[in-house]
Design a protein around this ligand. Sequence first.
Ligand SMILES: *[C@@H]1O[C@H](CO)[C@@H](O)[C@H](O)[C@H]1NC(C)=O
Ligand SMILES: *[C@@H]1O[C@H](CO)[C@@H](O)[C@H](O)[C@H]1NC(C)=O
Ligand SMILES: *[C@@H]1O[C@H](CO)[C@@H](O)[C@H](O)[C@H]1NC(C)=O
Ligand SMILES: *[C@@H]1O[C@H](CO)[C@@H](O)[C@H](O)[C@H]1NC(C)=O
Length: 379
Amino acid sequence: MRHSQKSKGGEDEENGLAKLLSSLFIFVFGFLIGLSVYSNFNFNQYHVPKPSSIVPKPIHFVSNCNRDTSTLEDFIKPEKLLHGMKDKELFWRASVVPKMDEFPFERVPKVAFMFLTKGPLHLGPIWEKFFKGHEDLFSIYVHAPPGYRLNVSEDSVFYGRQIPSGEVSWGSITLLDAEKRLLANALLDFQNERFVLISESCIPVFNFQMVYNYLMNSGHSFVDSFDENTPQGRGRYSRHMFPDIRLYQWRKGSQWFEASRKLAVSVVGETRYYEIFKKFCLPSCYPDEHYIPTYVNMFFGEVNANRSVTWVDWSRGGPHPATYGGSDITAGFIRAIRDNGTFCMYNSNPTSVCFLFARKFAPSALQPLLNLSSTVMEF
Ligand SMILES: *[C@@H]1O[C@H](CO)[C@@H](O)[C@H](O)[C@H]1NC(C)=O
Ligand SMILES: *[C@@H]1O[C@H](CO)[C@@H](O)[C@H](O)[C@H]1NC(C)=O
Ligand SMILES: *[C@@H]1O[C@H](CO)[C@@H](O)[C@H](O)[C@H]1NC(C)=O
Ligand SMILES: *[C@@H]1O[C@H](CO)[C@@H](O)[C@H](O)[C@H]1NC(C)=O
């Protein structure tokens, strides 16, 4: 049978293979024993006990090239104000809040002065005088038109304080974007605790120590926020904002706000109401006069003083407040801004000190103001 023949031939082959394998096994076994005797011999030779001093210390191949040299300092206080972050990235980064209540460094709370300017800071010298000697207690941020370079000397408090900016057109959402950009850049410094928006036509009417204490000790933010049943108030509400924003929640207020860190983080990190304003607060609505006042009323009403600390004169009427020039500046005028006998609330107590800053002042007001600063404003 073809099948059995093949089977017999297979048996012969298997016997031959078994012999070959067994002799191969003996050879390999013998070789391994020889090898192990040889290596044991070597092993013993190399492992005779030696004085421990001669045993080389282990070397760790860690060089400075491998080590990340960034420190906590880089994270809590960026050295340079110019960065490559887009608004969306910046706002996300700025809204990151530590979970721990305590800081692993000595934190001296600072006031962030955020200058929103269309060009030169004509009143800069009065601010320089105001800030002098308080370098550890404030930081400055300047939002100027893109491409504009503030012409200040290296010893100026404004030197190197411009942030990456964007185009701003009056009355549009871009004004709010600039405010958010200032807040976000200022939030990157973890020492900043209070945030005040300043224009190029603003001046301080008290000295730095007074302003610092007033803001740091306040349990409230100073965001002007009021309900006004006029075409310029409730009249600017859009029914398309319903139901996210209801008419009774709608507020109006001066753009020149002062905010706590907590409120600043919230405004920068908030997108839901911002998007509604972007879509429905269109020309003749003015997002800068309604978004923050309305948002604060909805979520931070209890911690808002509902008034601004920046004095402004709307008594002349029209779309813009009064501007004061050189001939308007007298000691009596500035004293009346500091205290005109009218009371406002501060930490639930009445006070006659309601305004820390004032606007609007023309460049011609600078010299007379500098002349008055030491006697009237006490700086
Ligand atoms: C910058 O300011 C200095 C001193 O006030 C002035 O001399 C210079 O012309 C200014 N430069 C520009 C580009 O405006
Ligand atoms: C500010 O207005 C809110 C309502 O939005 C109110 O709850 C709060 O008590 C007011 N703040 C002060 C200091 O009166
Ligand atoms: C004091 O200032 C407030 C707020 O600007 C104003 O409403 C009031 O009329 C002023 N009072 C006097 C007496 O000037
Ligand atoms: C500064 O004040 C002095 C005296 O108080 C006055 O004579 C001088 O004209 C003032 N200068 C300006 C620029 O207002």
